[in-house]
Design a protein around this ligand. Structure first.
Ligand code: FAD
Length: 301
């Protein structure tokens, strides 16, 4: 737990976040971040598409407190949408509402998000709202609720560690929803702390959404959960067009390919960009074995 807290602390260090932006991918981040620019990420998407894997693309960004930065993030995402369309690759967008100015001004963020959804909608492209820590949960769902009155190409994430996860899963049953365990450090009054309880809630809400929801993205690297849900899907005859499995770029590549080969719809979350630091530290927090990535690049110079 201490190591997890240490890396979550590092992920939230704004000085280190902005210092890292000045450098290319370091410390092994290149194995889990698909480059720093659009041509690099398009190349990675094409490679995954060739294996029958679709992609959700995250132009990394967090700690955005200046309007100029949020506008830059919006323009970058618009350029990614254009590149996906031009290259005719099987991919859509994942973004964080804070990246588009949610911490600066609600109406400003709303306009940025509308512009993105409008452009994506013109290309029939889906946009997923990633969800961050509990401090941003309600504002993110509020802005999402407002946008769904106008757009239907938008979906979101539900974090199974929250006690309220079942309530969220019911609220968003008519939406394309990604279910995850949750990547941030949350207090016990809001979230389960024990892995067994988080896993049980993940399974509970995913099964509920598979039976009652529009489309479920099952986002986990946990083979115990994946195997359990594969059986559940079979027993309940859940149609293929109602769900997919998702994993992060660079993690459990063999398992990603295996699931795609078995005929499951599979989508890889592909992060790229200069703002790689916070994302990478959260991955180290989740799984200290990921430190191997760091060790390999430090010692293989
Ligand atoms: P863990 O609980 O980390 O691992 C469970 C078990 O799986 C391990 O004990 C091990 O046996 C096996 N395992 C896990 N990883 C590996 C590996 N690399 N190699 C071998 N075995 C492994 N979180 C958010 O809060 N908001 C988001 O918007 C969000 N989006 C996400 C999108 C995707 C596509 C994914 C996959 C995750 C996302 N997350 C998000 C992160 C998520 O909340 C978890 O923090 C993260 O996925 C770790 O949990 P896990 O379920 O993958 O497995």
């Amino acid at each position: 737990m201490l190591l997890k807290d240490f890396f979550i602390g590092l992920s939230q260090n704004q000085f280190l976040n902005s210092a890292a932006k000045k450098y290319g991918l370091k410390m092994g981040a290149q194995s889990v971040v698909a480059g720093t620019n659009i041509p690099e990420v398009i190349k990675s998407i094409k490679e995954l598409n060739a294996h029958g894997i679709s992609c959700t693309v995250d132009n990394l960004g967090e700690f955005v407190y200046q309007k100029e930065e949020a506008t830059e993030a919006k323009n970058n995402i618009l350029a990614v949408i254009e590149a996906i369309h031009e290259n005719n690759v099987d991919a859509h967008i994942s973004l964080k509402p804070t990246q588009l100015g949610l911490d600066i001004d609600y109406d400003f963020a709303l306009l940025n998000l509308k512009e993105i959804l409008e452009k994506a909608s013109g290309y029939n492209m889906f946009v997923n709202f990633d969800i961050e820590d509990s401090g941003h949960l309600q504002p993110a769902y509020d802005i999402l609720d407002e946008l769904t009155r106008e757009f239907d190409n938008v979906g979101t994430v539900i974090q199974a560690y929250f006690h309220r996860a079942q309530e969220f899963v019911e609220k968003y049953k008519d939406m394309r929803v990604r279910i995850v365990k949750g990547a941030y450090k949350e207090p016990a009054e809001l979230a389960y702390q024990d892995k067994k309880e988080i896993d049980a809630n993940f399974i509970r809400i995913t099964e509920w959404h598979l039976l009652n929801g529009k489309f479920t993205s099952i986002a986990t690297h946990d083979h115990h959960i994946i195997n359990h849900l594969k059986k559940f899907i079979k027993q309940n005859n859940i149609p293929k067009d109602k769900y997919e499995f998702q994993m992060l770029y660079g993690f459990r590549r063999e398992l990603q390919l295996e699931l795609a080969k078995e005929g499951y719809n599979f989508c890889t979350y592909v992060p790229f960009g200069k703002d790689w630091y916070g994302y990478f530290m959260r991955r180290l927090a989740e799984r200290p074995q990921n430190l191997n990535l760091v060790a390999k690049t430090v010692f293989n110079k």
